[in-house]
Design a protein around this ligand. Sequence first.
Ligand code: HEC
Ligand code: HEC
Length: 290
Amino acid sequence: MERKKNSLVELAKILVFALIIMVSFAGYAKFGIPLVIPAPPPVEEKITGAVTMDQMIAMGDKIFHGKGTCTLCHSPVGGRAPLLEQIGTNGPARLKDSRYKGKAKTVYQYIIESEKDPSAYVVAGFGKPGTNDTVSPMPMTNKGAIGLSDFELDCVAAWLLKTGGLPLAEIKPPTGGAAAGAAAAGAAPEEIKPAATAEEAFNKFGCPTCHKVPGLPEGGDVGPDLTKVVKLAKTRKPGMSAEAYIFESITAPNSYVVKGFDKDVMPGDFAQKMTVSEITLITKALLGEK
Ligand code: HEC
Ligand code: HEC
């Protein structure tokens, strides 16, 4: 216990030291002295002792558009999920809906409930096919492939409330030196660099949000189970090799729509976002090759 405390104190010291260095860099920049070392990326969020509401909102924005994978579904393209930018009017309306049986009393609580237990209330017309809007296709975002921490869920909620013009008073930014710094560091978006392994590539592009994929324990069921595609791929299109089919499925998902699933659900822009090495890693993993 004592040792843990000591290492936290050490961590706090390092953080404060890093902050001093950064502040002095900022000072230099102000006086127009060219920097030899490129200005550090916006790590301020990582290292300040306490987190401000504005920082939480900024992190929420990044998580929503990045590692949270929310925009795979919550985007104007495809109409797969309600637009969360409209939570300012939709949120209060959900709570008044006679179908609402959840526990939330405020829009903040409703957002957190939706993040942790999407089926607590399913927006009409958006349930899984055949469930009469009782089961949500949205994965739990605090578990499994997405796995956001409570702090990260709060950041996303803060950003959504702010975007919707709703009060933020229920959210309490963490205070208390190193602990808050560590929480903030955890939420800071990772640098965007090409994935080095198939597992990294799957996670980077949110494949497990919708699919079970080889090598990862958690996966969604919005799309087909990709641990089985190794056998199926060569049967999908007459004359097309398994490898070519998989490549096409990733880069142009609508060119073949698997029976029992809808078109326009899988994002169509992976070809623009992936590097050649990433698509190769993924294709090989799906073919069961190393
Ligand atoms: C695989 C698709 C998918 C992903 C990924 C996803 N959602 Fe959803 N989400 C949905 C669908 C579909 C609904 C509507 C059905 C329902 O009410 O559960 C929904 C509903 C919601 C609602 C309620 C919206 C309303 O208008 O009442 C919130 C809040 C929400 N999602 C937040 C998030 C956040 C935050 C993330 C990312 C951390 C996320 N979702 C990721 C599909 C998704
Ligand atoms: C938002 C949900 C979603 C995401 C994210 C997603 N997919 Fe899909 N995917 C689907 C759906 C739905 C289908 C079935 C409809 C179709 O064929 O387009 C599908 C089909 C496929 C197929 C064809 C499977 C078969 O049995 O023939 C492959 C391969 C595939 N996806 C790979 C990927 C990979 C790799 C990623 C990540 C880079 C990914 N998908 C991300 C929803 C998704």
